[in-house]
Design a protein. Structure first.
Length: 165
């Protein structure tokens, strides 16, 4: 007979995990001595079987059977899923090729747009130059008249106009 703590130390599990499994056992595997729960030899064997089965990779314990689904050529579901996967892979490849061609087309369009913008800027500069020379021809500069500045009246502010100073 062993306590839950002793059994947990022996099999390398936590006391809480062992206590949880002990709670599932029938009471005939347990004995109380001085308010301490002890496991009988059959209970120890049962707990070890359950806990070691979980450690070995079977989360359901040794007594439970698991069903393994292995892909085979005879399995109808496998054939259907494999065909769908192949179709989706082909679709992905097609979409990737289309995306690549769209990116190339987009780059070409961006380059053409940049060239047109540069050409437009050049035309605007030439237009400004032509307009500037045409204005000089149509509007000759005024003759420089001396004493023109003497005829100008002095600008007066609001207070000077009102109060006359």
């Amino acid at each position: 007979m062993k306590t839950i703590k002793q059994l947990a130390d022996e099999i390398g599990e936590s006391k809480d995990k062992v206590k949880y499994q002990v709670g599932k056992l029938p009471s005939n595997y347990l004995v109380k001595v001085d308010k301490v729960t002890h496991l009988t030899d059959e209970g120890i064997a049962k707990i070890k079987e359950i806990m070691m089965g979980k450690k070995a990779g079977n989360p359901l314990g040794k007594n439970r059977e698991t069903t393994h689904f292995l892909p085979s050529e005879e399995n109808q579901l496998y054939k259907i899923l494999n065909a769908e996967l192949e179709a989706k892979n082909k679709l992905i490849d097609t979409l990737q090729k289309e995306l690549t061609s769209e990116r190339i087309h987009s780059r070409e369009q961006a380059n053409k747009l940049a060239d047109l913008a540069a050409e437009l800027a050049e035309l605007n500069r030439n237009n400004q130059i032509l307009l500037g020379s045409e204005q000089v021809r149509n509007n000759p500069p005024l003759p420089n008249i001396e004493g023109l500045e003497d005829n100008k009246t002095e600008k007066r502010g609001l207070f000077k106009r009102i109060f006359g100073k």
